[in-house]
Design a protein around this ligand. Structure first.
Ligand SMILES: C[S@@+](CC[C@H](N)C(=O)[O-])C[C@H]1O[C@@H](n2cnc3c(N)ncnc32)[C@H](O)[C@@H]1O
Length: 423
């Protein structure tokens, strides 16, 4: 079966996250194609789409591919050549496959175009309109009540898909155009934006001063760790508890959080209690305590942690007076932290961690210059990718073997690393 993933704003992270979760779930896949917008895969074994997709932070939609053709033609012509055509839209089974048709209920449908490696075959809004009108007529011919959900863009947002009940009561048709193929699919799930809003904005305490990790990035980082359900996860700079909460929601059973600041510990506890009551009614077993990350081994047994997933202190977020001094101080904090991580992490353990990157007024990027020191401490930089991903410029890995996560208005970017211990 072929599936497509519609990717979030950092396609590199989105793709790596998907591949890592397939590895974790031990599902074999083959990459068929990818672009900045979409990843198309052949999935060899069965997998639970719901469990898989709901833990992803970097994918907006998942769809299944129902039809494909090797001709690059005008899709309109192609779709409506009658019975003889490979893509028999006139065939009733095709309708049923493409839409969730329920008797006597109105069908809501929409069209979304995504670029795989070729610009869309439907070049103008007008083409899209023509195609939608034809589909609408075909459905009406079968005495079905139909509404076409329109968008100004070439594809529908997950908000539009959800609000118009396109998945439950109709369908969002995905049209993916590759160099020598057109794929036709149907959306199966979209990212649950309401749930993100609820657990981001409604949690009791949001510590904006200290900087808050986006929930989706917390999910991505946990997924990059390929952590098994019963393994022990630690965030030693837990702040207001974002990583801990996402780990809990993903079903992890052994979670530990610590922070140097007593108020952060109080905040984390409050947020997690709320989460447990409001969102996931399941016993919360998270250990949280105050601790300087530079003394972790005094509180945590050596060789006991499977994964450290963390966004440490990234320095001041505004009005940085002296970047060089900040970089020096943070380098020291990180190196001292890593020394402790070395003691408490199991031999096969993993670290997924954020380093700050500072953008100067001349738009230069300044990184923490600690990679050689970390190598000396016995860490390997373990971000590994299948070779075929490097065939395209879309995958953006830095020369330091890290991935940058940023928004245009930020002065401090996030640099994401995966480390393992050398054997
Ligand atoms: C960027 S915040 C973490 C934010 C967190 N990921 C979240 O979304 O809530 C960094 C945290 O590191 C903590 N911190 C700073 N120095 C520390 C140290 N030496 N040991 C442990 N925690 C420290 C701060 O108190 C702060 O809560």
């Amino acid at each position: 079966m072929k599936y497509c993933f519609i990717l979030g704003h950092n396609p590199t992270l989105s793709i790596i996250e998907i591949l890592n979760v397939f590895l974790l779930f031990k599902v074999n896949i083959q990459i068929i194609s990818f672009s900045e917008e979409t990843l198309l895969l052949k999935v060899e074994n069965k997998f639970s789409i719901n469990t898989f997709f709901s833990r992803l932070g970097g994918s907006i939609k998942i769809g299944e591919i129902l039809e494909e053709t090797s001709h690059v033609l005008d899709l309109l012509e192609f779709a409506f050549k009658k019975e003889t055509n490979e893509f028999k839209l006139t065939n009733k089974n095709r309708w049923i496959k493409l839409f969730n048709i329920q008797k006597d209920k109105k069908i809501y449908f929409g069209l979304s175009l995504y670029n795989l490696n070729a610009p869309s075959v439907l070049k103008t809004q007008n083409d899209l309109k023509k195609l939608a009108i034809k589909i609408k007529r075909k459905l009406q011919e079968q005495d079905l009540k139909v509404r076409w959900v329109i968008s100004k863009e070439k594809n529908l947002s997950s908000v539009v898909v959800k609000k118009n009940k396109l998945i439950e009561q109709g369908g969002e048709i995905l049209i993916l155009t590759d160099k020598d193929k057109i794929y036709l699919g149907r959306t199966l799930m979209v990212q649950e934006f309401e749930k993100y809003n609820e657990r981001d904005f409604n949690r009791p305490i949001r510590d904006i001063q200290k900087g808050m990790l986006p929930l989706k990035l917390a999910q991505i980082m946990l997924n990059l760790g390929q952590i098994k359900e019963n393994q022990i996860i630690l965030d030693p700079f837990c702040g207001s508890g974002t990583i801990l909460q996402e780990a809990f929601l993903m079903g992890y059973k052994n979670i530990i959080g610590s922070d140097i600041d007593f108020n952060s510990i109080k905040t984390t506890k409050k947020n997690l209690e709320w989460l447990q009551k409001k969102i996931k009614n399941q016993k919360l077993k998270i250990k949280i305590f105050q601790c300087d990350a530079r003394n972790l081994s005094q509180k945590i047994l050596s060789n006991s942690v499977d994964a450290i997933i963390s966004e440490p202190y990234l320095g001041p977020t505004k009005n940085i007076q002296n970047i060089d001094k900040t970089i020096q101080e943070l380098s020291k904090l990180y190196l001292e932290g890593f020394k402790e991580f070395k003691k408490i992490l199991k031999t096969q353990g993993v670290i997924v961690i954020i380093f700050p990157v500072f953008k100067t007024f001349k738009n230069e990027l300044l990184f923490l210059p600690i990679l050689n020191e970390l190598k000396k401490q016995g860490w390997i930089n373990n971000l590994k990718l299948p070779k075929e991903l490097f065939q395209k410029y879309i995958i953006k890995i830095t020369l330091r073997n890290s991935i940058i996560y940023s928004r245009p208005d930020q002065r401090v970017f996030r640099e994401i690393f995966i480390f393992k211990k050398t054997e």
